[in-house]
Design a protein around this ligand. Structure first.
Ligand code: PEP
Ligand code: MG
Length: 574
């Protein structure tokens, strides 16, 4: 029966397809014992499931190709090893044979036992392997019920689940999933950022998704409005077709702006940089005429791997980004692992009591000197191939910037001594995403070459509102007077001291906020290529003089509603 499930659009695009439901990892299996005469049959059932999963994983490994094959392949190899683990298998057999438990309940018990062991391990890398155990157990459970395991044949389907990590999303995309609907999650999470980068429709916060949707149900997903229609009727199907046509029409229109300048109605040029996570993003940024890459998120190189990428691997990735931009500057952000960006290598700690306030970004880099040095060497070497800037995430104090600058200088000297070509200058910038950095900026603007405001985190830390917690609803918003004032101050300090300032958070990629950012004095934006043309269109419809003249009214706004009214008055003429 038709039902509309409302969530939040996190990555635009429309998809019509069959649902594939993946229940949360924790197995909801009730205790079930079996009579002695069923033990052998139950063991056969389990072993058959194990054989099925082995075959599925082997088949998937064979099918993988393209950019993500390497990373996803490593995942699968690890899972195959787990599946062959004699202790895991013996434990399951014993539970069925001696405990007389059903295969399902044996899986659940074995999972809980392993979880208890893993969570007690000190080593963060080993502790993080529990996720892999969960995935293998989940596949076995699916096979026991003769459902295809989720990794098999999901191409063309819409995944419905509780939540997805960035690493899983990359994997799902490689497998050809059409769209993802999650019961939890947030539009500001790194998973959402990655989904937008991959052009994969994503709707988050559909609270009822797991209760209402069953495997095989047809869904019409609108990643823009956040509406998911279960068993769409004729009107919905027409609306879906119309949306797809509209998206195509809009894309054609926007494509005409590829070679146009990002110039306001009164002739001011705004610098549009691109945010990039991958080679594809760099290619797109180049094709769309981005001024350069304003934020290259290096942590995506570290996800989906069981070992840290070495200097050479990183160097090749950064060099390729630099070459891909053919002489336009590439701003490489040093590693920003931690919080919701946990890697597979165990570098970012898991189980921190307050991960968003923990060892993330530059804090982690400074704590792991050997990892940081390898990255800085790779970046400095890439600078031999074209202009590169280094951007430091999660800066909260002057000392951090100085420590990075010293390290970078030392590394550049050493590389030159080794005979590497390194650019004459590598500008060093700080992300302004911790309120303390914004407030203390007058004290350290002199030691940076440029600034980039990370509004995603700045909003979270300023408003004490978790960017990943959908339950906070509108408490997490860029439309808060405190944020506007802080932005104005940072932009002003940068301008006075001759340090370029950009905004590189998701806010920069939303055309409806463009007038607000321009009014506050911003002349540089860094955003994902997916929305670059839309923002360019917005800029071309803005009168910068008029916006700046009305900035005082914006800064006087006392609440969100007043800011919304200001935005309404200054909608770009498109
Ligand atoms: C930000 O915080 O605004 C930002 C750009 O960094 P990230 O989203 O990667 O944390
Ligand atoms: Mg950030």
């Amino acid at each position: 029966m038709r039902q509309v499930l409302a969530g939040h659009g996190a990555s635009r695009g429309s998809a019509l397809g069959r649902a594939r439901v993946r229940l949360p990892h924790a197995l909801e299996v009730a205790e079930e014992t079996i009579p002695a005469e069923r033990v052998d049959a139950e063991l056969d059932r389990l072993h058959e499931a194990i054989t099925t999963v082995r075959a599925e994983m082997h088949a998937l490994r064979q099918r993988l190709h393209g950019a993500l094959a390497h990373e996803v392949g490593e995942f699968l190899d690890l899972h195959a090893l787990l599946l062959d683990d004699p202790e895991l298998l013996q434990g399951l057999d014993d539970l069925i044979r001696k405990g007389r438990y059903s295969a399902d309940y044996a899986l659940r018990l074995q999972r809980d036992r392993l979880a208890a062991v893993f969570t007690g391990i000190d080593d963060p890398y080993l502790r993080s392997r529990l996720d892999d155990v969960d995935q293998v157990i989940g596949r076995l459970h699916a096979a026991l019920h003769r459902r295809e395991a989720e990794l098999q044949g999901i191409a063309g389907d819409i995944l419905v689940t509780d939540n997805v990590s960035p690493a899983e999303l990359a994997q799902l995309h490689a497998q050809g999933v059409m769209a993802v609907v999650t019961a939890g999650g947030s539009a500001l999470s790194h998973t959402a950022i990655l989904a937008r980068s991959l052009h994969l429709p994503l709707v988050v916060g559909v609270a009822q998704a797991l209760q209402k949707v069953n495997d095989g149900d047809v869904l019409a997903v609108d990643g823009g409005s956040g509406l998911v229609v279960l068993e769409p009727d004729a009107d919905d199907l027409r609306a879906h077709r119309e949306r797809v046509r509209e998206i195509k029409r809009e894309r054609r229109q926007l494509n005409r702006l590829r070679r146009e300048p990002s110039r306001t109605l009164d002739g001011a040029d705004i610098k549009l940089w691109a945010n990039a996570e991958s080679r594809e993003d760099v290619a797109e940024a180049h094709a769309l005429g981005a001024a350069g890459v304003g934020l290259y998120r290096t942590e995506f190189l570290f996800l989906n791997r069981s070992e840290l990428p070495d200097e050479e691997t990183q160097f090749r990735a950064y060099r390729d980004a630099v070459l891909g931009m053919t002489g336009r500057t590439v701003t490489i952000r040093t590693l920003d692992l931690g919080a919701d960006k946990a890697d597979g290598t165990g570098l970012a700690l898991r189980g921190e009591p307050n991960p968003a306030l923990g060892l993330r970004g530059v804090r982690l880099s400074l704590a792991r000197a050997e990892v940081f040095d390898a990255q800085l060497r790779a970046i400095a070497r890439a600078s031999g191939y074209g202009p590169v800037r280094v951007l430091v995430p999660m800066v909260s104090a002057r000392e951090e910037v100085l420590a990075v600058r010293r390290r970078l200088q030392r590394i550049v000297r050493r590389l030159r001594g080794e005979g590497h070509a390194v650019a004459e200058t590598i500008p060093l910038g700080a992300m302004i995403e911790v309120p303390a950095a914004a407030l203390a900026l007058p004290g350290f603007v002199g030691v940076v070459d440029f600034l980039s405001i990370g509004t995603n985190d700045l909003i979270q830390y300023l408003l004490a509102a978790d960017r990943n917690n959908e339950a906070l609803g509108e408490l997490y918003t860029p439309l808060h007077p405190a944020l506007l004032r802080l932005l104005r101050d940072v932009i002003r300090i940068g301008a006075r001291r001759g340090r370029p300032v950009a905004v590189c958070g998701e806010m920069a990629g939303e055309a409806r906020y463009t007038p607000l950012l321009l009014a506050l004095g911003l002349t540089e934006l860094s955003l994902h290529p997916a929305t670059l043309l839309e923002v360019r269109r917005g800029i071309r419809g803005c009168d910068l003089g008029a916006l700046r003249r009305d900035a005082p009214a914006l800064l006087r706004a006392r609440d969100r509603a007043a800011i919304e009214r200001w935005l309404e008055r200054h909608r770009p003429a498109v």
